[in-house]
Design a protein around this ligand. Structure first.
Ligand code: K1U
Ligand code: ZN
Length: 167
């Protein structure tokens, strides 16, 4: 397994729309393993392939406390949504920034697993938030896009300052 580099906002590669996965082979299995290692090490509760500069419809999630409920969603589609919830979100591609985002409370997702088998996931609460956040990444969208242009500009400046101070 290997740690992957996470692309950070405002890198334009985060705006790439992911293409469907069509081949379920050993290379895909290694990518999934590397993405889980990268997500757990960050640490995070989700990671989309877009964030590691792979533009395929693939995401990994684990919202459990013990980090023992890994989920792999390949070519995910939300087929039902209901209710709304507001949750404070973070993003490994936008480090140190947190903001409230409104999402559906419950979703039903049709996807494939890492071997290509069909799966249906019924999610609510944090799992539903995290899947919607990761699916946004696959569409080239970031949680800061839900903020006002002024707040987004503040985020951009804060990140630039963080990077200057770290250099
Ligand atoms: O997509 C990402 O960058 C991962 C992101 C997922 C996410 C978090 C919160 C709401 C929606 C989506 C993260 O994992 S940020 C880190 C984080 O939230 C966390 C880290 C350690 C423990 C618990 C949470
Ligand atoms: Zn994110």
């Amino acid at each position: 397994m290997a740690l992957m580099k996470i692309v950070e906002f405002p890198d334009p590669r985060l705006r790439t729309v992911a293409q469907p996965v069509t081949v379920f082979d050993a290379e895909l299995a290694k990518l999934v393993a590397d993405m889980f290692e990268t997500m757990y090490e960050a640490p995070g509760i989700g990671l989309a392939a877009t964030q590691v500069d792979v533009h395929r419809q693939l995401l990994v999630v684990d919202v459990s406390e013990d980090k023992n409920q890994p989920l792999v969603l390949v070519n995910p589609r939300i087929v039902e949504r209901s209710g709304t919830q507001v949750c404070q979100e973070g993003c490994l591609s936008v480090p140190g920034i947190f903001a409230d985002v409104e999402r559906a409370e419950r979703i039903r997702v049709e996807a494939q697993d890492a071997k290509g088998a069909a799966q249906v996931i019924e999610a609510d609460g944090l799992l539903a938030v995290c899947i919607q956040h990761e699916m946004d990444h696959l569409a080239g969208k970031l949680f800061v896009d839900y903020l006002s242009p002024l707040k987004r500009e503040l985020v951009r400046k804060k990140l630039a300052k963080q990077r200057r101070n770290a250099a």
